[in-house]
Design a protein around this ligand. Structure first.
Ligand code: HZT
Ligand code: MN
Ligand code: MN
Length: 434
């Protein structure tokens, strides 16, 4: 990581609030959901010029409601209002709709496919609700994350925002997996453990990767932030590569062909750093994946290089396409202290009492969803590390350590979750930001 420094004071809420910006969703061009507007709503009954503006805004909002729902317009800063209150009667916004092409063109209008589509309506509503939470939480995150913030505070903000907006409750809704906050040469799976305080620096490249689930339907989406425009070619390469992968994806498409398309686009970029021109490479041992019910990786991997994989995508599958670009070697290895873990679905029973107790805590609180050490700490558990190590050594729990390229390199990531509906491909996590 960049720099482990003493705890910075958390950024004052007042300052953060003033930075919150407009609505999120790309294709749903609504008005800004600014703080002013929220306050205006609350200030009903007051007179004067204020009132005039309020009335105008309210009418505008109402009008939009018909088409796409009230949207994030009524959200507070920091986010606190459940999206179920902003979108009554499960009227959540659709993601980006992509019609199938070539041999699958017929699907969009096929009556048979429409019937199959309707059979999965409940899942789609849950996924759209989770995606709305993701967009609203990340919009706030993008406004507060900047040089000087402590990653521990960022993680807490994203996770508390997610819990509030999704109305976290047992296994019905909550955090999908730990908030990844990986910096520079680290590409994935870093989140602060308790007591870790890493301050974001102005020349850092930060990946923000977080998940939201409703009834086990997980939205997995990530973006990269930087505050020095010298990294723009890196971020542009990876955003372009991810969108290429999403565009290429479809029912019956070979995973290896998606990897080839991603690689070609990624490698068409280069970046100048320290007076040297450096090729941008995909991190070839990282990949996207399908997502199962309460299972973040469902067994299929979406490569980000041409690896010849002939496995095909299938109707109904949910996928996270994530691509990573680097100025380094193009390979990640495990580095540093582990924070991320997940219980395996089939496993033995430990005999060591400390491992047994921890396993029961994991089963009760996370099931097969990934968790991090901070999530165990907040349950009031302590002195659990030996038990955790035992579970990992026994193959009951998998450890996911930080994944990093060589020191001094910079890595970027963009990720979206989409579903291959019988009729159309829906990019659930698409927003107006990425
Ligand atoms: C593992 C542990 C987590 C899945 C991808 C990923 C973040 O690299 C097959 C393909 C959260 C997620 C995961 F806590 N991983 N997406 N977002 N990380 S993965 C993987 O382990 S397994 C990719
Ligand atoms: Mn992710
Ligand atoms: Mn993923």
């Amino acid at each position: 990581m960049t720099q482990a420094s003493v705890a910075a004071d958390s950024v004052p809420t007042k300052e953060l609030s003033s930075l919150a910006v407009s609505d999120t969703s790309a294709k749903h061009d609504e008005e800004d959901g600014s703080d002013d507007e929220v306050e205006e709503e609350a200030g009903e009954g007051e007179g004067g010029a204020q009132k005039k503006k309020k009335k105008k805004n309210r009418n505008k909002k109402k009008k939009k409601t018909k088409k796409t729902g009230p949207g994030a317009a009524g959200q507070t800063s920091p986010p606190s209002i459940p999206v179920s209150q902003l979108f009554p009667s499960s009227s959540y916004r659709e993601g980006q709709i992509c019609e199938y092409v070539d041999d699958n063109m017929y699907r969009t209008t096929s009556e048979e496919m429409r019937a199959r589509d309707r059979a999965n309506e409940r899942q789609l509503i849950d996924l759209r609700r989770a995606a709305e939470v993701h967009r609203e939480v990340r919009q706030y995150a993008q406004s507060v994350i900047k040089p000087g913030v402590d990653l521990a505070d960022v993680a807490e903000m994203i996770e508390n925002g997610t819990r509030a907006l999704v109305e976290a409750k047992g296994f019905e809704a909550g955090i999908g997996f730990p908030t990844g906050l990986s910096i520079n040469h680290c590409a994935a799976h870093y989140t602060p453990n308790s007591g870790d305080h890493v301050i974001v620096q102005k020349d850092d490249v930060l990946k923000v990767d977080f998940g939201v689930h409703v009834n086990g339907n997980i939205i997995d989406s990530a973006f990269t932030m930087s505050w020095n425009d010298r990294y723009d070619p890196l971020l542009n390469a990876v955003r372009d590569a991810t969108n290429t992968g999403i565009r290429e994806a479809g029912i019956d498409v070979r995973l290896g062909d998606i990897g080839a398309a991603i690689q070609e686009v990624m490698e068409s970029y280069e970046i100048e750093l320290g007076g040297k021109t450096i090729p941008i490479r995909p991190l070839r041992n990282l990949c996207g994946h399908n997502i199962g019910s309460y299972v973040i990786h469902g067994g299929k991997s979406v490569p980000i290089v041409a690896n010849g994989d002939q496995t095909r995508m299938e109707e109904g599958e949910l996928f996270a396409i994530e691509t990573f670009g680097t100025t380094g070697k193009g390979l990640v290895f495990e580095e540093g202290v582990c924070s991320h873990y997940a219980k395996n679905s089939a496993h033995a029973m430990p005999r060591l009492p400390s491992a047994k107790k921890l396993l029961s805590t994991i089963e009760k609180n996370f099931g097969t969803l990934p968790f991090c050490r901070r999530y165990i700490d907040r349950l009031g558990e302590s002195h659990y590390y030996l038990g955790l190590k035992h579970l990992v050594d026994d193959g009951i729990v998998t450890a996911y350590p930080p994944l990093c390229d060589v020191q001094g390199s910079y890595t970027a990531q963009f990720e979206h979750t989409f579903i291959l509906r019988p009729t159309v491909k829906e990019v659930l996590s698409r927003g107006d930001d990425y």
